[in-house]
Design a protein around this ligand. Structure first.
Ligand code: UD1
Ligand code: MG
Length: 485
């Protein structure tokens, strides 16, 4: 087992998030493809607690639904109408067993860059110093808004004073409270009973526990953190973007260290749940989102956005938008392709330039190279779809399926009017409108024989440049015709 483990982590997420000016709860806003709350829960889980509690109030139902999806083992605690982080923790403790012993960690739902590793370090420091309370502190360039850490002459932490309650002298203190703590659970329960709402905000502050514990002879320790990003909370959308960019910078750097070439880290966005193999090369302006997985030796971009796309080894995807698609090993996609959900491209297959696909399986070595729409279809291995082909899957009421067999060659500018099947090894002529099933090995043609209405341009468009050059060319032809052989 891990050497230092908390018995419980309580994540505070009951606040309103007014400064976001949003219809969505603050902790549900995402960075790196995960909600702020999911980042907080991931860090909390990293300490392997026996109990993980989230305290909720504002936008309760949506947050509870979300938590049920991302971490179903989390216990929900409801904060009542009494405001303040102290009250929030009390409500969190209320859902835990009364005889709980050991360490309780408290974190904030809006501090997304915090890692499980940092929290494990906090718990280890708390254990090793045999403290009653250990608080993570930091010294940001601008401490405005944070609680300040008050120490005595010997350097012992004696209290926290909130910015709004602090004197001018106290506001000069650089060391701030990061809002992340380890507590002895018994000490915390007892101290909270002595916390009042006697302050400018008339809230019951968790931060007052520091002074209460110190006054009763308990040991309060500051655990200083140099990585300020891990202590920064999101209060508005400016901070959301700022922390989102830093999270991405960290994610991209981590992948480079794992053997991924990123040509332009600043314009490359990789979500937290994406995985990449060795020797992947990412060109500028590429976003890998959701739970996308990328095999080794793949080249991606430039100008590519893939969400929940699975790409096998050695494939290449250029200037493409895709979601919920699967790309086979060694396959090529783009430039200018649009892969919609349900697209499955086989090994060494091709989805080429200006091609849109949806709910379509394209077999190994099969190709849709140019200017086509392929929806609700299956294309067998080794088949080639001619340029400018439309799979007409929608009759205005319902969607229908098209099946193209193996090693089929279709002409340019075909329309496949679904439902329709083309047999193995068959072919179609240029411009065919295929409305009936084509037997294996047959050539389907649906256009009439070409006929010519002679001198139509000279008669119907007299005086035009076209008529002039046509007449001249016709004259030459007739002169040639008249030459004796
Ligand atoms: C808090 C600390 C401050 C610290 C700062 C670090 C207090 C009183 N102050 O201030 O010392 O420097 O964090 O970021 O604790 N919440 C509840 N219920 C409530 C109020 C808040 O669950 O009644 C939750 C919020 O959803 C949020 C977290 O607690 O996740 C922090 O609340 P917030 O109002 O942002 O506190 P700060 O003013 O940032
Ligand atoms: Mg805050």
């Amino acid at each position: 087992m891990t050497a230092h483990r908390p018995t419980a982590v309580i994540v505070l997420a009951a606040g309103g998030g007014t400064r976001m000016k949003s219809d969505t709860a603050k902790v549900l806003h995402p960075i790196g493809g995960r909600s702020l709350l999911r980042h907080a829960l991931t860090a909390a889980r990293g300490t392997e607690p026996d109990h993980l509690v989230v305290v909720v109030r504002h936008d309760r139902e949506r947050i509870v639904d979300h938590v049920g999806v991302v971490d179903p083992m989390v216990v929900i605690a409801d904060q009542d109408e009494v405001p303040g982080t102290g009250r929030a923790v009390e409500c969190g403790l209320a859902v835990l067993p009364a005889d709980l012993e050991g360490t309780v960690v408290v974190t904030m739902g809006d501090v997304p860059l915090l890692t499980g590793e940092t929290l494990r370090g906090l718990v280890a420091a708390h254990d090793e110093t045999a403290s009653a309370v250990t608080v993570i502190t930091a010294s940001p360039a601008d401490p405005t808004g944070y609680g300040r850490i008050l120490r005595d002459d010997a350097g012992n932490v004696v209290a926290n004073v909130e910015h709004k309650d602090a004197s001018d002298e106290q506001r000069k203190i650089a060391e701030v409270n990061a809002g992340l703590y380890a507590f002895d659970v018994g000490v915390l329960r007892e101290a909270l009973t002595q916390v009042s709402n006697d302050n400018t905000q008339q809230e019951r502050y968790l931060t007052d526990v520091l002074a209460v514990v110190h006054a009763s002879g308990g040991k309060v320790t500051a655990h200083q953190l140099d990585d300020l990003w891990q202590t920064e909370g999101v209060n508005d959308r400016v901070q959301l973007a700022r922390l989102g960019a830093e999270l991405n910078r960290r994610t991209v750097e981590a992948w480079m260290r794992e053997g991924v070439t990123v040509v332009d880290p600043r314009t490359t966005w990789i979500d937290a749940d994406v995985s990449l193999g060795r020797d992947v090369t990412i060109q500028p302006q590429t976003q890998l989102l959701g739970a996308s997985t990328v095999g080794s030796g793949v080249t991606l971009g430039p100008d590519t956005t893939l969400t929940d796309v699975e790409i096998a080894d050695g494939a290449s995807v250029i200037r493409t938008q895709g979601s919920l698609a699967v790309i086979g090993a060694g396959a090529t996609v783009g430039p200018f392709a649009y892969l919609r959900p349900g697209t499955v491209l086989g090994v060494k297959g091709k989805i080429g330039t200006f091609v849109e696909t949806k709910n379509t399986q394209i077999g190994d070595g099969a190709k849709v190279p140019h200017l086509s729409y392929v929806g609700d279809a299956e294309i067998g291995e080794g088949s080639n779809i001619g340029a400018g082909t439309i799979f007409a899957n929608y009759d205005g009421v319902e969607k229908h399926h098209t099946t193209i067999g193996r090693h089929v060659k279709t002409g340019s500018h075909n329309v496949f009017v679904a439902p329709v099947r083309v047999g193995d090894g068959a072919a179609t002529g240029g411009g065919a409108v295929v409305r009936r099933d084509v037997p294996p090995g047959a050539l389907a043609v649906s256009t009439g024989p070409q006929r010519h209405i002679e001198d139509w341009v000279q008669r119907k468009r007299p005086g035009t440049k076209a008529a002039e050059v046509a007449a001249a060319a016709a004259g030459e032809d007739s002169e040639e015709d008249q030459e004796p052989t």
